[in-house]
Design a protein around this ligand. Structure first.
Ligand SMILES: CC(C)(COP(=O)(O)OP(=O)(O)OC[C@H]1O[C@@H](n2cnc3c(N)ncnc32)[C@H](O)[C@@H]1OP(=O)(O)O)[C@@H](O)C(=O)NCCC(=O)NCCS
Length: 181
């Protein structure tokens, strides 16, 4: 019994390794590509590297014991989050929430009113994550194939949503391009 209590106490009071969120730098690139590729993401080494250099984006990484566990990229001029991603094995440990909080603090620095992000309607986990963090769907963009059949929709979420905004106010628009799935 005493042994069980000791194990329980050890588990409860074990110090969790601290997560640090900091601006990314070029030495992080390999880790970012690895995390992106886990999900079959679109980022490819050189193209990504060039994109970072060319775009006016602000990227941050979440680091634990010197290892990058997640990253997020936003455009400071609009508050639009281009991507947020956490390594598969490190999900559901509030690392994504920490990354979002970093941008919320940055909003004051950028003097922006809101953050926004797009997520596929197939990404139920991503949507739940965003809603848990105060985002709400404000726009739905639907994409159709050449025959006009519905293929996929992207949800635009905003934090905070416009004052007085309700689900009834969410607009549904047709994407102006067809996508191949
Ligand atoms: C979405 C993502 C960034 C969340 O990061 P994370 O560190 O796992 O998120 P957190 O631990 O801060 O999650 C907090 C809450 O979000 C919700 N959530 C996160 N992932 C979820 C999932 N797969 N399914 C359902 N809910 C989920 C839960 O409510 C969770 O709280 P809980 O664990 O107490 O239930 C991460 O799952 C990820 O990288 N997904 C793939 C990339 C992606 O979809 N990014 C863009 C969409 S936002």
């Amino acid at each position: 019994m005493l042994k069980l209590l000791k194990v329980l106490a050890g588990w409860l009071f074990k110090r969790r390794p601290a997560i640090t969120v900091r601006p990314w730098n070029m030495t992080d690139i390999r880790a970012l590509i690895t995390i992106e590729e886990e999900d079959g993401g679109p980022i490819e080494g050189k193209a990504f590297f060039n994109w970072i250099l060319e775009e006016q984006v602000y990227g941050v990484v979440a680091v634990e014991n010197g290892v990058v566990q997640g990253f997020a990229v936003a455009y400071p001029d609009s508050g639009y989050i281009y991507t947020i991603r956490v390594a598969k094995k490190s999900r559901r440990r509030k690392i994504g929430t920490r990354l979002l909080k970093h941008f919320l603090i940055a909003l004051n620095v950028w003097q922006k009113q809101q953050l926004s992000i797009d997520v596929s309607n197939k990404n139920a986990g991503g949507r739940r994550f965003l809603e848990r963090n105060g985002f709400a769907v404000v726009l739905i963009t639907e994409y159709h194939d050449d025959d006009g059949n519905f293929q996929e929709a992207f949800l635009t979420l905003q934090r905070p949503p416009p004052t007085g905004f309700t689900w009834n106010d969410v607009m549904v628009v047709n994407g102006d391009e067809t996508i191949e799935l």
